[in-house]
Design a protein around this ligand. Structure first.
Ligand code: FE2
Length: 274
């Protein structure tokens, strides 16, 4: 079990986290996803984050760093994210090559530990990737790891990070790509009262709901956005986004989504899927 212990400087009451998700980077810097140059939108988000001057202790990236499984896309990510000068953690997404990204990102100083402990919170990073298909599945060994984390630290509040949001978003085409064993997953985590949050990506839209006492949050992509509540594939014209979260000592979570202004990265709406 690999766990990273993060000591905050001074006497900080909160852990502050920047979440980035669904970057969809390519081997080529000019690579486009539905007309959006994803390296450019990612860079624009990073610059906006720096200009915000928000304080955050760590960065979490909830999957789909790559769009093409390439070594260069991960190198591009690692070079760019270094400008934030904070510890970076991640989970794989359905567009990633899990084994490859762990190997490459580790060499660039990105954290590959499967859990992080800070103040009275622990963050557990799970893999929901099923190689080369869009839907997700959390294998038993991942659930067992989560159980071990919760059993070892019943005194800690726990946040689970996993690419596929284990909830339907009432968007028919996107819900076919959901975490397919979400009932098993949700029943499993219901057995651990210290689990307060599931933090995800994949749905390329804002989501924040409480189910059975657990908060489920997903976040806009740094590239293209999906139209909420759409029966068929459709793009949302809102700008690329990111999320800021603050975890307090009592188990409370404050969070806010930020976006670039719309109109700067305009996707091609004439396509029927991605
Ligand atoms: Fe994605």
């Amino acid at each position: 079990m690999t766990t990273f212990n993060l000591q905050l400087k001074g006497d900080e009451e909160h852990i502050s986290v920047l979440q980035l998700t669904d970057l969809h980077l390519f081997a080529e810097e000019a690579g486009t996803l539905l007309g959006v140059r994803t390296a450019d939108s990612f860079k624009a988000v990073l610059e906006a984050v720096v200009n915000q001057s928000l304080h955050f202790d760590i960065v979490v990236v909830t999957g789909d760093i790559s769009q093409d499984y390439s070594v260069s896309s991960y190198q591009r990510f690692a070079h760019a994210i270094a400008m934030l000068q904070k510890p970076v953690f991640f989970v794989p997404g359905n567009h990633d090559d899990g084994p490859l990204m762990y190997r490459i990102l580790h060499n660039f100083g990105v954290h590959t530990e499967r859990s992080l402990i800070c103040n009275n919170w622990q963050f557990v990073f799970l893999n929901s990737e099923v190689y080369s298909v869009p839907h997700g599945w959390v294998e038993r060994d991942q659930l067992n790891y989560l159980k071990a984390c919760c059993d070892n630290h019943p005194e800690l509040n726990t946040a689970v990070l996993v690419h596929h949001l284990p909830r339907l978003v009432r968007s028919n085409w996107l819900d076919t790509q959901t975490m397919h064993n979400q009932d098993e997953f949700n029943n499993f985590i219901a057995g651990f009262p210290n689990i307060k949050l599931v933090l995800s990506g994949h749905v390329h839209q804002e989501y924040d709901q409480v189910h059975d006492g657990i908060r489920y949050i997903a976040t806009p992509s740094t590239s293209i956005q999906f139209e909420p509540l759409s029966h068929d594939f459709a793009l949302d014209m809102q700008g690329p986004g990111w999320r800021y979260l603050r975890f307090d000592r009592n188990g409370g979570i404050d969070t806010q989504v930020f976006r670039l202004p719309s109109g700067r990265f305009i996707p091609d709406t004439g396509v029927g899927g991605y």
